[in-house]
Design a protein around this ligand. Structure first.
Ligand code: ADP
Ligand code: MG
Length: 303
């Protein structure tokens, strides 16, 4: 298969591993910088170009789209979908996962465990908002934040109120969230492919920090997850429409709660900690998905 890996940088660990895994299975992977793609949204003949050349004869795409460029990235993936090319990760899943509020709303209505979360637009609702999530300490999050930047722990009600007011003053969209203290600065990254958690690791925040992001100095280790955590991760990915996802879970006293779902989870940490060939599993899954699509096409054409 000719597989287009949509990635900004072909030197990234995840991109490199996907290239290796695809080549070792006899495929022909190419790396496409999706920000350099441009599209013709013409009636009947949607097309996509990169560096003046039309991107055609591609069998499948693997999006690796960072959240800061997810709007354009999702549009490129959607264009491939419109051309009838299979994408491992659907554009709609990328759009949902990019927006923390959107994802939490979708997960909440399906009964997935979540930290109690509030969202408001006006400063006069701050008191109520703080009360709603159980008072301080609480977590305040920028909707579009990533790598732990824009996630603040407010220890007191007064601090919470000032931070919320400041963010609102800047017209930033924020979530106010129950602080899961008992997680002790650790979270669990569940790597989901299809309907399985294929690898999981615990990430722990460095001393004096509550955010476990590796970019914030957190460390990771192998962990055994419970059946409840496993099913929570798989269900969450499914609800957002993602066949491949990194589902981040906190261990709360009342069971697993989902913090966020990533549509382009990194491979480096999870492969190094677990020793598993996650890139290989992704390509195997893609092969199966393409085969199912082809069979369906043959059936439709012959019926
Ligand atoms: P980002 O998208 O920036 O990674 P997250 O929502 O994943 O934002 O939050 C970053 C980190 O902060 C998490 O990995 C977790 O360690 C910590 N954290 C986030 N929300 C909570 C919460 N409600 N309770 C406890 N810790 C939290
Ligand atoms: Mg996170």
């Amino acid at each position: 298969m000719k597989i287009a890996i949509l990635s900004r940088n072909n030197k990234l660990y995840s991109t490199q591993r996907l290239i290796e895994a695809a080549k070792s299975r006899g495929h022909d992977p190419i790396v496409v910088d999706f920000l350099r793609c441009y599209m013709n949204i013409a009636s009947h003949t949607p097309t996509i170009y990169c560096h003046g050349k039309e991107l055609n004869s591609i069998d499948a795409v693997i999006p690796r789209i960072g959240s800061s460029v997810s709007f354009y990235g999702a549009a490129v993936v959607r264009q491939f979908e419109m051309m009838g090319i299979l994408s491992l990760i659907k554009s709609v899943g990328i759009t949902r996962a990019q927006d923390k509020l959107h994802s939490l709303q979708m997960l909440s209505c399906k009964g997935i465990g979540l930290p109690v979360t509030g969202f408001a637009n006006r400063p006069d609702e701050i008191e109520d908002l703080i009360h709603m999530v159980g008072g301080a300490p609480l977590v305040i999050k920028l909707l579009s934040g990533t790598q732990g930047i824009g996630v603040v722990l407010a220890e007191t009600k007064q601090a919470a109120s000032s931070v919320i007011e400041a963010f609102m003053g800047l017209k930033a969209n924020i979530l106010v969230q129950e602080y899961i203290k008992e997680a002790k600065g650790a979270d669990i990254r569940c790597f989901v492919i299809g309907s399985k958690v294929v690898a999981a690791m615990e990430r722990k925040a460095k001393a004096g920090e509550f955010r476990s992001n590796l970019h914030r100095g957190g460390t990771s280790r192998l962990i055994k997850i419970t059946p409840e955590e496993r099913s929570t991760a798989v269900r969450s990915a499914k609800i957002l429409g993602l066949d491949v996802a990194g589902v981040d879970i906190l261990r709360a006293n009342h069971g697993p709660v989902v913090m966020e779902v990533n549509s382009s989870p990194g491979l480096e940490g999870i492969e190094k900690v677990t020793g598993k060939d996650v890139a290989g599993m992704i390509i195997d899954f893609l092969e199966k998905t393409v085969q199912i699509k082809q069979k369906r096409r043959v059936k439709e054409n012959t019926s």
